[in-house]
Design a protein. Sequence first.
Length: 100
Amino acid sequence: MSWSTSHRKDRLPDGWSSLRLDILRRDGWKCQLRYRGCVSAATEVDHRNRGDDHRPENLQAACARCHATKSSREGAEQRARMRALRRRPRGRHPGRLDDG
């Protein structure tokens, strides 16, 4: 999802730019995610837990590559949860007379 179609930026708190810099400095501008292929130099701030909890303890520095990987995984997990909710449970066939 690109920022041009996202409303996520609207939900960021006042002073986000300052908070973002504080987190990057706190973490020494080093990616805290460290996924395979990490470039180490953090340029983004990620929420440890999903949602709009913008407290510093829920924020971490991340390189763009790791942040994209994490966001992609979270999106795939959410899509799987939504697909599971749409599936109807398999019921017993109405014409079946036995319990099997």
